[in-house]
Ligand binder design. Structure first.
Ligand SMILES: C[S@@+](CC[C@H](N)C(=O)[O-])C[C@H]1O[C@@H](n2cnc3c(N)ncnc32)[C@H](O)[C@@H]1O
Ligand code: SF4
Length: 465
């Protein structure tokens, strides 16, 4: 099939970059998987503070557990995740042993067995954990926490690692949902990003998971990859639809070679420019919707009967460090290096380097590197930003009142939004703010109007589309 190369024109589309894109799409704004965002965490919040926060956590607080496994067999050239290569099992086993001790440290501090409604294994490639280590960790969570009936137990999987043995282990562990890294099915794109996995391999992985009863399947797709075109996207979505994952995440490739050195392996000449990138994103979005998926927020899609689509329609969907989520827990416990936790009192982040994290645990310390305590202003802004990023609207009257304010408290934010109101991207009726259909691609810019930290920050954010 002939392809339109990055930067070329798609004959079926005469859309280009609009004046609005020119003004909004290239603004560097956070993705708001938290508020305040991680660059504002500081070392004043340490393991001792976290310990005090855990001590005072109400016993009925429903918890979510996130476990980070920062290992992969090889590193894909495009990868922006916090992970490293491990050819042997030894470091992975040692890491799992430290995770077991970290679970004990947190659970000791909490005292009795607390209710857990959601578990998520992220990475890296958590399926790299040897069977004995993985099952020991699951047994430890069951021993130290009370896993509630109907809890979600999700894991991120590299489809190349999915074998009959692995799915048996996952089933035994009680896994209910699997996310597979797919990106694009085109061989030229896969070769350029250092991750070749023919669609038959992904089909086999999906069939194996479904065969043991793990039927909740997510795919990660990406746009903005080298050599990607509307045709590769069409074919990727056609094959994806045939495999029928209930949820799809469509991420824009973040090319940050100054931060992730292995991304230098990506040929920058083959990367789409800003205009092409926007076209690819729009095309992927339209094609997924035409294929029967409901668009959710910035980058998610779900079949109408999937719980994510249902919660989105109800206005109850949440957004956290994993992106859009059906997780309704009151607090998040992060386990493993670099993991982020959220308690009613504030955010904490574990030490990012494996060695430092392991040494803290060996010394019997909660391995916190930094965090931020929340006040009522932070909580109110966090809720407004979460609703704008998730529902594209926010009732600022109600949210302000819930946190002890009036809408006048956000006068500067309303002022900052006026440019978007004038451009027809945002509608404001009293203190009710709604992002219009045209404005949805710039939802991050609207959310940023409520970010009291942004002007103070020095963080380098990716562009808004
Ligand atoms: C932890 S990985 C998924 C699980 C497994 N390690 C795999 O690769 O199949 C998480 C997802 O992040 C996305 N991702 C990785 N690097 C990215 C980047 N530089 N920009 C945007 N998304 C990226 C990919 O869609 C990837 O599937
Ligand atoms: S994309 Fe997945 S498998 Fe590849 S390096 Fe990143 S975390 Fe590992």
């Amino acid at each position: 099939m002939s392809k339109i190369k990055a930067g070329g024109r798609d004959p079926r589309s005469n859309r280009g970059m609009t004046q609005l894109d020119d003004r909004y799409a290239t603004r560097a704004v956070p993705r708001y998987t938290s508020y305040p965002t991680a660059p504002h965490f500081h070392a004043g919040i340490d393991g001792a503070t976290y310990g005090q926060w855990l001590d005072t956590l109400a016993p009925d607080t429903r918890l979510s557990l996130y476990l980070h496994v920062p290992y992969c067999r090889t590193i894909c050239a495009y990868c922006g995740c916090h992970t490293k290569g491990a050819r042997r099992d030894e470091p992975v086993i040692a890491y799992a042993d430290a995770l077991l001790r970290e679970i004990d440290l947190v659970a000791d501090r909490l005292g009795d067995r607390r209710p857990v409604v959601h578990i998520h294994w992220g990475g890296g490639t958590p399926s790299l954990l040897p069977r004995a280590s993985f099952l020991a960790l699951v047994a430890k969570m069951r021993a130290r926490f009370r896993l509630e009936d109907g809890h979600e137990h999700a894991i991120e999987l590299d489809p190349r690692t999915v074998t009959p043995q692995l799915v048996t282990t996952l089933k035994e562990a009680g896994i209910t949902r699997a996310s597979l890294g797919v990106q694009d099915f085109d061989l030229e794109v896969q070769t350029a990003i250092g991750r070749v996995q023919p669609h038959e391999q992904v089909e086999r992985a999906v069939a194996l998971l479904r065969g043991v009863g793990i039927t909740a399947i997510n795919f990660d797709l990406m746009y903005g990859l080298p050599h990607q075109t509307v045709e590769t996207i069409d074919e990727t979505i056609r094959l994806t639809r045939a495999m029928g994952p209930g949820r799809i995440a469509l991420f824009g490739y973040a090319h940050v070679p100054w931060f992730k050195k292995h991304q230098r392996l990506i040929d920058e000449e083959a990367l789409p420019g800003t205009e092409e990138r926007i076209r690819l994103a729009d095309h992927a979005r339209e094609t997924l919707v035409a294929a029967g998926y409901e668009a959710i927020g910035l980058d998610h899609f779900a079949l109408p009967d999937d719980s994510m689509a249902i919660m989105h329609r109800d206005g109850t969907l949440r957004r956290n460090f994993q992106g859009y989520t059906t997780d309704t827990a009151d607090a998040l416990i992060g386990l493993g290096c670099s993991s982020i936790g959220l308690l009613p009192q504030g955010y904490v982040q574990n030490m990012p380097d494996i060695g430092g994290w392991q040494r803290a645990i060996d010394a019997g310390l909660l391995p916190i590197a930094k965090g931020i305590a929340l006040d009522d202003d932070d909580r109110a802004r966090a809720e407004i930003i979460e609703r704008l990023m998730t529902d594209h609207e926010a009732d600022i009257d109600a949210i302000a009142a819930k946190h002890g304010f009036t809408p006048a408290h956000f006068a500067e934010a309303f002022e900052a939004l006026q440019e978007m109101v004038a451009d027809g991207l945002v509608e404001q009726k009293g203190a009710h703010v709604a992002i219009t259909d045209t404005g949805q691609r710039y939802a991050r810019v609207a959310a940023a109007a409520f970010d009291a930290y942004l002007a103070r920050g020095t963080a380098r954010h990716s562009v808004a589309v």
